[in-house]
Design a protein around this ligand. Structure first.
Ligand code: DGL
Length: 261
């Protein structure tokens, strides 16, 4: 039997789960497919051409196989690089995830804001444009963080992360900022830790806004829904049993490697 999985959520790894979780919380009726490209992970320290090749190549395999009606590119690194290209190439709606600088910039008082994102995301011209358009009255500092991406992956696999996290949070504390924009979808996975360590800081991510956008868009599509909702996760690379076990706890009924072509 072929199931209808109308929403495909895509990331280099587990980060997109932070967005997936918000979508499923808002729309428990929707069935989903989650894809983690562990073979290409991490995207945030790779050349742009390689990231573009991986994302495009993998979507070109997944879309004809699973027939999603909408794709959520739950990766800031990829969205700030190639969302327009993907929209031109594939004939279905794409929702991208970009750092919530607009939300942070909406505060009336001038603030010191930290954009915490991958080393690749902080260099994108797209980010400078976001800051110019939505946060020009604030001081915005950018921090590229690759280790935090890896720690979020460890967290999903049930490994201890506290000691390393403490060092990273100490570094953020030194910056004395009012708000931190979690500009990588991996980072909200560690939100509980951040909030506990630095409760005076406002931690902002894009997850809820993306879920609202997805809910609006699916309302415009005529969906053939499975009831109850079915959630499937696929990943590239070698078999990863700790991830399979970790992700089943999130509510995925089926987890497997991306089938060979
Ligand atoms: N989760 C991704 C993002 O939002 C990418 C992390 C990585 O692969 O480096 O940027």
């Amino acid at each position: 039997m072929s199931l209808s999985l109308p929403v495909l959520v895509f990331d280099s790894g587990s980060g997109g789960l932070s967005v997936w979780k918000e979508i499923v919380a808002l729309r428990p009726d929707l069935s989903t497919l989650y894809c983690a490209d562990f073979e290409g992970f991490p995207y945030g320290t790779k050349p742009d051409s390689l990231v573009a090749e991986r994302v495009t190549g993998l979507l070109a395999r997944l879309i004809p196989r699973y027939h999603p009606r909408l794709v959520v590119l739950a990766c800031n690194t990829a969205s700030t690089l190639l969302l327009d290209d993907l929209r031109q190439r594939f004939d279905l709606p794409f929702v991208g995830v970009v750092p919530a600088i607009k939300t942070a910039g909406a505060s009336a008082e001038p603030h010191r804001i930290c954009l915490l994102a991958t080393p690749a995301t902080i260099t994108r011209p797209y980010i400078d444009q976001l800051v110019k358009n939505f946060a020009s009255g604030h001081e915005v500092i950018k921090k590229g963080q690759g280790d935090l991406v890896r720690l979020a992956e460890d967290f999903v696999r049930g490994k201890p992360v506290d000691t390393e996290l403490r060092g990273i949070v100490d570094d953020i504390r030194q910056e004395a900022v009012d708000a931190v924009v979690l500009g990588c979808t991996h980072f909200p996975l560690l939100r509980a830790y951040f909030e506990q360590a630095l409760p005076e800081v406002r931690w902002i991510d894009s997850g809820e806004a993306i879920a609202r956008r997805v809910s609006h868009l699916v309302g415009t599509l005529r969906l053939d829904q499975t009831s109850p909702a079915w959630h499937e996760a696929v990943y590239t690379g070698p078999q990863d049993t700790p991830w399979e076990t970790g992700v089943r706890k999130w509510g995925f009924q089926q987890v497997s490697q991306v089938p060979a072509v």
